[in-house]
Design a protein around this ligand. Structure first.
Ligand code: 6PG
Length: 237
């Protein structure tokens, strides 16, 4: 596990974008699972503004580690956020965007389609392997859309599960722990003082941290990097 700590959200976004380009710009297809949330939003803006001419986007295939069960036009949609902050600003082939869909596309009301991973990735012992999985972490220690109250979903048989947000009850689709830990690289993007306690618990694996899904992120490849701002890293020893 590697910790990279930067001044603020903006610097996290700039440094992560440089890391992403270094990993993705190999001339070979690169399959990345994106995260929702506020930190990735800034990352996408920086990636599009500072790096779009340095990237051969035709080689990058975009997926989501989790998605809210809403139509792609809904403000809650992670897909919509990514279109607004990234896809609308770069030249990426439509075929490279693998949105999590329901069965009755398009524009269906809340669509949840567990078990859907339209991905032709190479597999590790039957588990799809992303080149990179980008994760956030909630104040409660959730990651992707695996929440503490449904931590059993982490070990679900299905690669893709349907979860429920503990407060809003919103249904979400999420990749499970096996898919996350099969990835060649996993990068956490965590910023803000509200995360500091959980970052300490998860990174230092303190007492009780096992209840937090973020603690279970432990890629077989050993390649786990945390991109943190100083506020989120404030409680680390
Ligand atoms: C989502 C994300 C979720 C997010 C965390 C952290 O769909 O909302 O996948 O897991 O990463 O809630 O969000 P912030 O980056 O906004 O703190």
């Amino acid at each position: 596990m590697e910790l990279k700590i930067y001044r603020d959200k903006q610097e996290v976004a700039e440094q992560f974008s440089a890391y992403f380009v270094e990993k993705a710009n190999t001339g070979k297809p690169f399959h990345v699972a994106l995260s929702g949330g506020s930190t990735p939003k800034i990352v996408f803006d920086v990636l599009a503004a500072n790096f779009s001419d340095k990237m051969d986007w035709s080689k990058v295939h975009f997926y989501w580690g989790d998605e809210r069960c809403v139509p792609p036009t809904d403000d809650e949609s992670n897909y919509k956020m990514t279109v607004e902050h990234l896809f609308s600003k770069i030249d990426v082939p439509e075929a490279n965007i693998h949105r999590i869909r329901g069965e009755e596309e398009p524009n269906t009301e809340a669509i949840c389609y567990a078990n859907l991973l339209e991905i032709n990735l190479n597999e590790v012992e039957g588990t799809p392997q992303f080149d990179l999985v980008i994760l956030g972490m909630g104040d409660d220690g959730h990651t992707a859309s695996i929440f503490p109250h449904q931590i059993n979903l982490w070990n679900a048989e299905d690669h893709c599960v349907v979860a429920t947000h503990p407060e809003s009850g919103q249904q979400r689709v999420s990749i499970n722990g096996k898919v996350i830990n099969a990835a060649k690289e996993v990068a956490f993007l965590v910023t803000g003082a509200s995360k500091a306690k959980k970052v300490k618990a998860v990174v230092e694996k303190t007492e009780g941290s096992k209840e937090y899904p973020a603690t279970l992120v432990d890629p077989k490849s050993g390649n786990l990097v945390w991109f943190l701002d100083e506020d989120a890293a404030a409680d680390l020893d």
